[in-house]
Design a protein around this ligand. Structure first.
Ligand SMILES: C[S@@+](CC[C@H](N)C(=O)[O-])C[C@H]1O[C@@H](n2cnc3c(N)ncnc32)[C@H](O)[C@@H]1O
Length: 286
């Protein structure tokens, strides 16, 4: 794979010249610029170019008070490629083993008693390396899932939906506002037929896309509370009587407020797991 090399031009200038200099940089074909304060009334601007910027751009700047610090090459980094090269299979919860490598990699030996989930580390969130996913999955393993109708809100890679299927859910519906996530999750099901023979019902969209009559016995929500606060009531209404809601993606400092906000919806906390600054709480409809 060829590595793209950018040319980074750095200049220092009086703040009053920012608009003028930015305008000239764009006319000269910059891919983008970033300005940062250096001192009161002084700025530095770093501008990205595909080629060394044209000398005529720099020519008249000194007399305007713009100091050209230099032009330096910067190789594009394939961040995801580097990350992928480092990822290794790992045990998750009591009963799962995640292989985040590409599907064409050699098979790994799965420890006895664990179910293999192949979840290539790509763009969608949720290969189990983040505390919030781990905590949600651990609570899920502690929850009676067999026979439940499960709704996975913000499914990402589909990891929690697959775990719920593997744990014997009667049905699993899963959605994500990110359309890429829903596609990735469907692809991932194809990689995991051995453990998840029946595909969860994946869709891209929001809670209001569900049939008005759809009800669930278990909600899986690993989403930062602020991102779903507007639909707390709608989600709670989807729960069957005595239904459960596993809420992860919660910082310890947000737990009390979350509990207070869900109480008027008839939800009481009944179990929790925490790790570092994160907590997952299981609520029950009373
Ligand atoms: C932290 S990730 C969780 C992914 C996976 N379920 C897991 O446990 O690792 C949160 C996901 O929720 C999605 N999301 C955020 N707000 C949402 C909303 N209001 N409705 C549905 N999905 C949402 C994001 O696109 C993202 O994929």
């Amino acid at each position: 794979m060829s590595i793209r090399v950018f040319q980074l031009l750095t200049v220092r200038l009086p703040a009053a010249l920012e608009d003028e200099v930015m305008g000239q940089l764009y006319l000269a074909g910059t891919l983008g610029c970033e300005a940062r304060d250096e001192a009161p009334g002084r700025l530095a601007i770093v501008a990205w170019f595909d080629e060394v910027p044209p000398p005529e751009l720099l020519a008249g700047w000194a007399e305007q008070g713009v100091e050209v610090v230099g032009v330096a090459p910067l190789a594009e980094q394939d961040w995801l490629g580097g990350y992928r090269a480092q990822v290794r299979p790992f045990a998750l919860g009591r009963g799962f083993f995640v292989d985040p490598r590409e599907p064409d990699e050699a098979a790994v030996e799965v420890p006895a008693g664990r179910a293999l989930l192949r979840l290539p580390a790509r763009t969608a969130f949720g290969i189990g390396s983040h505390e919030s996913t781990r905590l949600a999955l651990e609570l899920l393993e502690d929850t009676p899932v067999a026979g439940c109708r499960v709704l996975d809100v913000g499914t990402g890679t589909g990891i929690l939906a697959f775990a719920a299927e593997a744990l014997g859910a009667a049905s699993v519906t899963a959605f994500d506002i990110d359309p890429v996530a829903a596609l990735v999750a469907r692809e991932n099901q194809g990689l995991n037929r051995a453990v998840v023979p029946r595909a969860p019902r994946f869709f891209a969209g929001e809670i209001n896309a569900l049939a008005p009559s759809a009800r669930f016995d278990l909600l899986l929500v690993n989403v930062i509370p602020a991102e779903v606060a507007a639909v707390f009531a709608e989600l709670a209404n989807r729960l069957s009587p005595r239904g459960r809601w596993i809420f992860s993606g919660v910082l310890l400092e947000q737990e009390a407020e979350l509990t207070t906000n869900l109480a008027p919806l008839g939800l009481e906390p009944e179990a929790r797991h925490e790790e570092g600054e994160w907590v997952a709480v299981r609520f029950r409809r009373v």
